[in-house]
Design a protein around this ligand. Structure first.
Ligand code: NCD
Length: 304
């Protein structure tokens, strides 16, 4: 039985397979309408979510399956003090596959050790978010045709942004990829991410606090929200929250074929006046998330 806890649980070949599958689902949705008939997905969300939970649920419904779950810890027995491990032991008797989001790093991994059905990490604290990365990869593939030789700028909260950590892990496996890490000093990429993924592969990277400086070099600009819920004090958050605001003016020295991604939700990092720019792909990206999650569910449930 397979889980998806870390994006590196999938080989590059498997990622290719998922992308091809998601594309096929877009082209021939009727072929997939009953693939998961009588199967159930449980979404155990101990932290807020819109896209991830709803796209997982929509994905399972479009495969003909059912969904159950909870969307906040307060409405589950976690509020009574139940452990993740016990919750999962029980839920794996009710559902065929589980998607879990939790504020504690490593909770989905613990869950997978106890579960009798596949567990998907839908975001664990400031650590990882592998299905967002599948969404990001699918979008990059659709818009740029592949992953090699791309210069990817990651901007904003690189410290607590779990989507950034997983995307770097995934992109580090492709030839000729370069990173430009754009953040204030306090929100720099954690050393462990650099040492686990960027350095061992000898990848070229730069660190800067200037988005203007980075802009002309980029094929992909990945904007992120400052992760308020992971800060130790509100003052720091207030000081850092508006570090970067992408506006049409700042895009003047960007390449014409650069793509702008954001896992969403955005707060202030991208002005709404950028939404109509042909390079803005973040709403498309959210939509692609449903199809790649459909492909993932099929893979983990071993449905042909
Ligand atoms: C991201 C997350 O939860 O980490 N959102 C998402 O899943 N699309 C990014 C964020 O919350 O800033």
């Amino acid at each position: 039985m397979r889980n998806l806890i870390d994006i590196l649980d999938l080989s590059e070949k498997e990622i290719d397979f998922l992308i091809k599958k998601a594309d096929d689902i877009i082209n021939r949705p009727e072929e997939y309408r009953e693939k998961c008939k009588y199967k159930k997905l449980a979404t155990l969300f101990f932290e807020p979510s819109t896209r991830t939970r709803l796209s997982f649920e929509a994905a399972m419904m479009e495969l003909g399956g059912g969904v159950l779950g909870f969307s906040e810890a307060a409405s589950s027995s976690a509020a009574k003090g139940e452990s993740v491990s016990d919750t999962v032991a029980v839920v794996s008797g009710y559902a065929d596959i589980i998607a879990m989001r939790h504020p504690k790093e490593g909770a989905p991994l613990v869950a997978s050790m106890r579960s009798e059905v596949p567990v998907i990490n839908a975001g664990d604290g400031g650590h990882n978010h592998p299905t967002q990365t599948l969404t990001d990869l699918f979008t990059i593939y659709k818009e740029k045709g592949g992953f090699e030789n791309l210069t990817v700028g990651l901007c904003g909260d690189l410290k607590f942004g779990r989507t950034v950590h997983s995307l770097i892990a995934a992109m580090s496996r492709y030839k000729g990829v370069k990173f430009v890490l754009i953040s204030p000093d306090e929100l720099k990429l954690p050393r462990y991410v650099k040492e686990s993924h960027i350095k061992p592969k000898g990848i070229e990277y730069e660190q800067t606090s200037s988005l203007e400086y980075a802009m002309p070099k980029l094929d992909v600009l990945y904007m992120t929200r400052v992760q308020r819920e992971r800060f130790f004090n509100e003052e720091d958050y207030i000081r850092l929250k508006n570090s970067y605001i992408l506006t049409p003016d700042k895009l003047k020295n960007a390449r014409q074929d650069m793509i702008i991604l954001h896992p969403l939700p955005r707060v202030n990092e991208i002005s709404t006046s950028v939404d109509n720019d042909s390079r803005a792909c973040y709403f498309k990206q959210a939509k692609y998330g449903k199809y790649i999650r459909m492909a993932l569910i099929l893979m983990l449930l071993e449905v042909e």
